[in-house]
Design a binder for this molecule. Structure first.
Ligand code: DO4
Ligand code: MG
Length: 291
């Protein structure tokens, strides 16, 4: 099952895509995922006739019906330095060192993962909606990641595309600035779909690709397979929920391996396109926030 939401004039409706048909979803997406996970009937309304490709091509400037985030995650968390590529790229900068090694090299090898708070639903946008550059950042990067929706006991209910947009200059300046680098309006994009595990299959066999488009030009392109993840998703979830109650529907963004350089920082007007096997393609325009 795939869940998505459409917005029209501020009014949001929930939909389920099942057996090649689209139905109105009669319960909220988190409840639907819980029921599906428990093998119970998901309350569906009538089948509707929608052209998904057409809807996916519309962005937030469109006046009528368009995509929005597939649900409102009560909490969003992120994992850091989960891939060798992230360890290497993050450590290239002039960053904090402990006992002669960068903090990123240390956490990559450590048993305890880096898990950080990433925000709440109001910081998240959906497909076609703008991700943001902080007004005080000159180097902000998108981070294309496999997003995992879990229940309060840590069971995986669904997967989605998540973009852990980060003000890289702030976190490189001082690790204590990490929350400001990671949490601000428009710092997280999710969707277009929530896809249940039975449709995704092996989460360690998915291709993640990202393109940054400026005008008519692709200024960056990157690709990675989730098979390159050093830390298992279950291990990340174990640390996230240890002595830390999370609500049903919590989203964990499982870390990036695609890290463009300093010369590829986002600019107002760019478009970020992230595709993950089985999860679809997320396109988000980029805006720079006013001070
Ligand atoms: O502390 C750095 C954050 C790393 C991160 O967000 C990632 O590896 O995806
Ligand atoms: Mg990240």
């Amino acid at each position: 099952m795939r869940i998505f939401r459409l917005i029209n004039g501020g009014f949001i409706s929930n939909f389920a895509f099942l057996d090649d048909k689209v139905f109105i979803l009669m319960v909220d997406p988190i409840m639907a995922l819980r029921l599906y996970h428990e093998g119970k009937q998901v309350p569906l309304g009538p089948e509707v006739n929608v052209n998904l490709d057409d809807l996916l091509s519309r962005d937030y400037t469109y006046g009528g019906l368009r995509f929005t985030k597939p649900y409102d995650p009560p909490e969003v968390w992120g994992s850091g330095i989960v891939y060798e590529a992230a360890r290497a790229r993050y450590s290239e900068e002039d960053v904090a060192m402990i006992r002669g090694r960068t903090i990123y090299e240390l956490v990559y090898d450590a048993e305890r993962p880096e898990i950080f708070f990433k925000g709440t639903a109001n910081r998240c946008v959906g497909h076609g909606e703008p991700i943001a550059i902080r007004s005080d950042s000159e180097w902000t990067l998108p981070e294309p990641e496999l997003g995992v929706v879990i229940d309060s006991r840590g069971h995986i209910l669904a997967y989605t595309i998540s973009d852990d947009v980060s003000a890289r200059d702030l976190e490189a300046q001082n690790p204590l600035y990490l929350p400001q680098s990671k949490i601000y309006n428009g710092s997280c994009a999710i969707g277009p779909f929530l896809v249940t595990p039975d449709e995704v299959g092996d989460p360690y066999n998915l291709d993640i690709t990202m393109r940054i488009i400026r005008g008519n030009e692709v200024i960056f392109e990157g690709r990675i397979s989730t098979s390159k993840m050093r830390r298992r998703i279950e291990d990340q979830i174990k640390y996230l929920i240890r002595n830390n109650d999370v609500p049903d529907g919590t989203l964990l963004s499982t870390g990036t391996a695609i890290v463009p350089g300093r010369d590829k920082g986002l600019r107002h007007g760019d478009v970020v396109e992230i595709a993950i096997t089985k999860l679809g393609t997320q396109r988000t325009p980029v805006i720079k926030l006013n001070p």
